[in-house]
Design a protein around this ligand. Structure first.
Ligand code: RIB
Length: 305
């Protein structure tokens, strides 16, 4: 069973000629409302591969219309939402600008996500079949508790170190690494995590190797068009290429990778193949606007044919 403990947001997305810098205003012709939140995105990506009722989402939304529709959307995608709890704060909301190259800038108003608690998770969820998926959009201490409960039950912890917190201490990263089996990061996140624990790698590949060795884990770096790299604790490396595409919107590409990675790993697939399928799915996502809209169903993946 895949358990995603994380954020649910509504994304308000505007296409702009260029992402504005500080003090600047830019006009967009309109905006779209999409479902988002790294946790919910990863749950949907996993469910589109694993199938209905194989993925459970745990987190918090407000007692508002955004919360209603975020829950309904997960259900429509076959994700179990019994562990999505209503909170006093409003449902999380992300304000996203996407430029003409498909790159984005995101501001997240966390709202209810900051009330998410690991105590919402019943003990029977944690067993050796549990694949726990975490990100950095709910309170770190709660995510760490969930990770440690999974460790104690001999389950698998996949931790996507995104977004990198503003206030990140060496102790936080050390604890995270100790509780994680698969650390999933992009190039910048790999370097940030390594620097937080006093390392000074010059390149993401060196950062991945240091993180893997330090944490006794496998570190996977997603590097956009350069594909993905996995480095095991003993330094063994695997690589998978990314299909060549012209991106329309990269929002949610990393989440697609993480969700598909969790689904494939949960099926016991070998890591090399897991990387290849996850890279293909993330690339396909980038062909459509919105974090979840373009996430592929299993049948759309050539690497799974
Ligand atoms: O990774 C993309 C996601 O980040 C968006 O859906 C947004 O909600 C933010 O959480």
């Amino acid at each position: 069973m895949i358990l995603v403990f994380g954020s649910l947001n509504i994304d308000l997305v505007a296409q702009v000629p260029a992402i504005p810098g500080p003090g600047r205003t830019v006009l967009a012709p309109s905006y779209q409302r999409h479902f988002g939140g790294k946790g919910a995105n990863q749950a949907v990506a996993a469910a589109r591969i694993a199938g209905p009722d194989r993925v459970r989402m745990a987190g918090r939304v407000g007692r508002d219309g955004f919360g209603d529709s975020a829950i309904q959307n997960l259900r429509t995608n076959g994700v179990d939402t019994d562990l999505v709890v209503r909170a006093d704060e409003p449902t999380g909301c992300a304000f996203i600008t996407v430029d003409q190259a498909g790159e984005n800038a995101i501001t997240v108003a966390s709202g209810a996500n900051m009330e998410a608690g690991a105590d919402d998770l019943p003990a029977e969820l944690f067993c050796s079949d549990t694949v726990l998926v975490l990100q950095m959009e709910v309170p770190f201490a709660e995510a760490l508790k969930a990770a440690r409960r999974t460790n104690s039950a001999s389950g698998i912890v996949i931790w996507n170190f995104a977004p990198v917190p503003e206030k990140m201490t060496s102790a936080m990263v050390t604890e995270l690494l100790a509780a994680t089996d698969y650390l999933l990061v992009n190039e910048h996140e790999a370097l940030d995590a390594a620097r937080a624990i006093g390392l000074s790698p010059s390149h993401y590949e060196a950062a991945a190797a240091e993180l893997a060795r330090t944490g006794g884990l496998t570190c996977i770096v997603t590097a956009g068009p350069q594909g993905a790299l996995a480095v095991a604790a003993d330094g063994t490396r695997l690589r998978a290429p990314a299909p060549r595409i012209t991106p329309v919107d990269t929002t949610g590409a990393g989440d697609t990778f993480v969700g598909v990675f969790a689904a494939m790993l949960g099926e016991g697939v070998a890591l090399q193949r897991v990387l290849a399928v996850s890279c293909e799915a993330a690339a396909l996502k980038c062909l459509t606007t919105g974090a979840q809209t373009g996430m592929p169903m299993r049948s759309a993946l050539a690497s799974l044919a």
